[in-house]
Design a protein around this ligand. Structure first.
Ligand SMILES: [Zn+2]
Length: 271
């Protein structure tokens, strides 16, 4: 084994200086960038005490924080791009793309749901689960779209999923020409900041569909991840449409808010 190296290095250090190291204490100096006073630091270099002026700790922390922030932003941007490629316009159908809280027509019976949706959006990402239920066409999807818009505005990744369409897509993923499989789709949904399950009780789901819904609901709620859902059914009816266990998870983790307003349909308003 070659043992000469370190000894030789020690000899070299005695005769040459390393940048910034000195054997007598230098006076403190002010950081040229931020003005913070930087004190000299005594270190042991190969058995010898040396004084060095370290890098400004304030500037170093700031640079590290900036680098981290840039990295986070880049990551978030690519993540949003990836989702938008899969679900253009965050999955919103054309008739819901312009829906906000401001253009929501507040009618009798809607106030509670409107306020709940607004506070859900303003509290996001601290808010967890919300299920809006009530008659067909009374603005539940409008409110869900408005929440989605605010979440996306805050930098979140949210996707509006018409449950029936989602089930068609998953079934299509078993076709020969499919580019993605069922697990790709479900995993993408689970990795979102906020998936919106719109029209959870659109029909009596097949056993396979019920399993998928349970998987999404169970994974989201078990991991304390936000979830938003709408349904035209009463909670009691909904229980019969999805698995009991999925319903129980929703009860545990979501606020059930009734939108008691009558339908807007046929009055020049959309859902
Ligand atoms: Zn500094």
């Amino acid at each position: 084994m070659h043992v000469q190296g370190p000894q030789r290095l020690g000899d070299i250090l005695k005769t040459t200086s390393i940048p910034g190291a000195s054997s007598s204490p230098p006076t403190a100096r002010a950081c040229p960038t931020c003005g913070t006073e930087i004190k000299a630091l005594q270190i042991t270099l190969l058995g010898e005490l040396k004084w060095i002026i370290p890098a400004c700790p304030m500037c170093r922390d700031r640079a590290e924080a900036q680098a981290e922030k840039r990295q986070r932003q880049t990551h978030q941007t690519t993540r949003r791009e990836r989702y938008l490629e899969r679900w253009p316009d965050w999955g919103l159908p054309l008739d819901l793309q312009e829906k906000t809280f401001r253009n929501f027509a507040l009618r009798d019976g809607c106030k509670g749901a409107f306020e709940a949706a607004k506070s859900y959006a303003s509290g996001w990402p601290q808010t967890q689960g919300l299920l809006l239920w009530g008659p067909v066409g009374n603005g539940k999807s409008h409110l869900a779209a408005a929440i989605l818009g605010e979440v996306v505005g805050k930098g979140g990744v949210a996707v509006f999923l018409k449950v029936q369409k989602l089930m068609f897509e998953i079934n299509a993923s078993y076709g020969d020409r499919a580019k993605e499989n069922e697990l790709d789709i479900l995993d993408a949904i689970l990795a979102m900041d906020l998936p919106v399950l719109d029209d959870l009780g659109a029909k009596r789901w097949s056993e396979a569909d019920r399993d998928r819904l349970f998987y999404i609901i169970d994974e989201r709620t078990a991991n304390h991840q936000p979830l938003l859902a709408t349904t035209n059914l009463t909670p009691n009816e909904l229980r019969g449409y999805i698995k009991d266990r999925a319903f129980d998870r929703l009860m545990d983790r979501c606020a059930f808010v009734e939108n008691g307003g009558k339908s807007y349909r046929g009055r020049g308003h959309s859902a």
